[in-house]
Design a protein around this ligand. Structure first.
Ligand code: FEO
Length: 169
């Protein structure tokens, strides 16, 4: 049975993951309209992955006798200045998510809930990968600058990343 502090921390995290999914969906839609189909495919997929992160938490809370709360979500931005701006926001967002995950882990340790602590380790590892990926993409975009040819290649590369199985990323 989950104690109330753990249940609250996990429900807060459900909202964080749902908002991540929503934010990346907005970015994907923007990229699609900007003609960046590879980037859009990457971001749509990323949005789906965040939804899976949320669902995994929903099921864990319910399976352990708690009550998962499906949250109301705020509307993300509709427009972004540049693609670099999109990925800078994405990296900033993921850094915040890492902090939130760390707070959940903190509560687990304080409450001596080692089962939830163990469950959360998957999220701890996932965050390392996601932050690294976002940083790498941002570094590439800095190299691309205003070069349209390089942007075309960048977009094609992201299409390949979106199409690759998880193990090859
Ligand atoms: Fe589920 Fe990107 O954090």
């Amino acid at each position: 049975m989950l104690n109330k502090k753990i249940e609250k921390a996990l429900n807060d995290q459900i909202k964080v993951e749902a908002e991540s999914s929503q934010a990346y969906l907005a970015m994907a839609s923007w990229a699609e309209r900007a003609g960046l189909s590879g980037t859009a495919a990457f971001l749509y997929k990323h949005s789906d992955e965040e939804r899976q992160h949320m669902l995994k938490l929903v099921k864990f809370v319910n399976d352990r006798g708690g009550q998962a709360v499906i949250p109301e979500l705020k509307q993300p931005a509709k427009d972004y200045k540049t693609l670099q701006n999109v990925f800078a926001l994405l990296l900033e967002h993921e850094t915040n998510v890492t902090n939130e995950i760390n707070s959940v882990v903190d509560v687990c340790l304080k409450e001596k809930d080692y089962t939830t602590h163990n469950f959360m380790q998957w999220y701890v590892s996932e965050q390392i990968e996601e932050e690294t990926l976002a940083r790498n993409i941002l570094d590439k975009l800095k190299l691309v600058g205003n070069d349209n040819g390089a942007m075309y290649m960048f977009d094609r590369d992201l299409l390949a990343v979106a199409a690759a199985p998880e193990s090859e990323k």
